[in-house]
Design a protein around this ligand. Structure first.
Ligand code: 13P
Length: 252
């Protein structure tokens, strides 16, 4: 059985004190009320080392939101995969549409980032998803396939087992507009079918595919009830413990 996951992506929110307070609250709540799924919080780099000190990662795993496409050296302002790993984090989000769109991250750059993350023992939450224009033109399948081919389908099957896919339609991110459960299931099933074509059924059946884009406690149960939706990657609703817990409890 593949892993069910609810992951938070804090994006550029929370100063250090507020972030520590939120992580402590989640840690306490989830340790006394054990979740029925894997829980991950992905935070800004500056929070990682402090949160890793107290987080029970058997219950909530810690992840970063990005890492560099270079191993080390004169790259002012960058944070390497090795550095992320050394904080105690276990995951890294790569390929988020905000990184692709605002920071020009190409499939080639992302391919390097994925390789470095895996080399340093991090698991990758790899994001894919189409724009509104692409969906309206019926190109969503083509887009997600190209994104996988461009950055992760070079991996061996063994390496690919460390990839969690997050399908995040750009038109649903932060807009309040969620893909319907049917729309999401349709493309999740397609994504699983191309993973199966590439790596075989067994790997495809073990790959967790998360939905992201205005996912909240009120729509999570319907989304998570679909056979190919294995959880969510949550932005806005991961910034308050009660909201995030509401989504985690959708697996109960
Ligand atoms: P929202 O949940 O705020 O729409 O963000 C989704 C997202 O981009 C998670 O990575």
């Amino acid at each position: 059985m593949r892993k069910k996951i609810v992951a938070g992506n804090w994006k550029m929110n929370m100063n250090l004190q507020d972030g520590i307070a939120l992580a402590k609250e989640l840690n306490e709540t989830l340790n006394s009320n054990k979740p029925n799924c894997g829980v991950i919080i992905c935070t800004p780099f500056i929070h990682l080392a402090s949160i890793a000190q107290f987080l029970n990662q058997d219950v909530i795993a810690l992840g970063a939101e990005n890492c560099a496409d270079k191993e080390k050296g004169a790259y002012t302002g960058e944070v390497s995969a090795e550095m992320v790993k050394s904080t105690g984090a276990q995951y890294v989000i790569l390929g988020h549409s905000e990184r692709r769109g605002y920071y020009g991250e190409t499939p080639e750059i992302l391919k390097e980032k994925v390789l470095l993350a895996l080399k340093n023992g991090l698991k990758v939450i790899f994001c894919i998803g189409e724009s509104l224009e692409e969906r309206e033109a019926g190109k969503q399948n083509e887009v997600v396939k190209a994104e996988l081919e461009g950055s992760v389908f070079n991996l061996t099957a063994e390496e690919f087992k460390n990839i969690v896919i997050a399908y995040e339609p750009i038109w649903a991110i932060g807009t309040g507009k969620t893909a319907t459960a049917e729309q999401a299931e349709e493309i999740h099933a397609y994504i699983r079918s191309i993973v199966a074509e590439k790596y075989g059924n067994e790997v495809a059946e073990e790959t967790s595919i998360l939905y992201g884009g205005s996912c909240k406690a009120s729509n999570a149960p319907e989304l998570f009830a679909k056979p190919d939706i294995d959880g969510g990657l949550i932005g806005g609703a991961s910034l308050k413990a009660a909201d995030f817990m509401g989504i985690i409890d959708a697996w109960k």
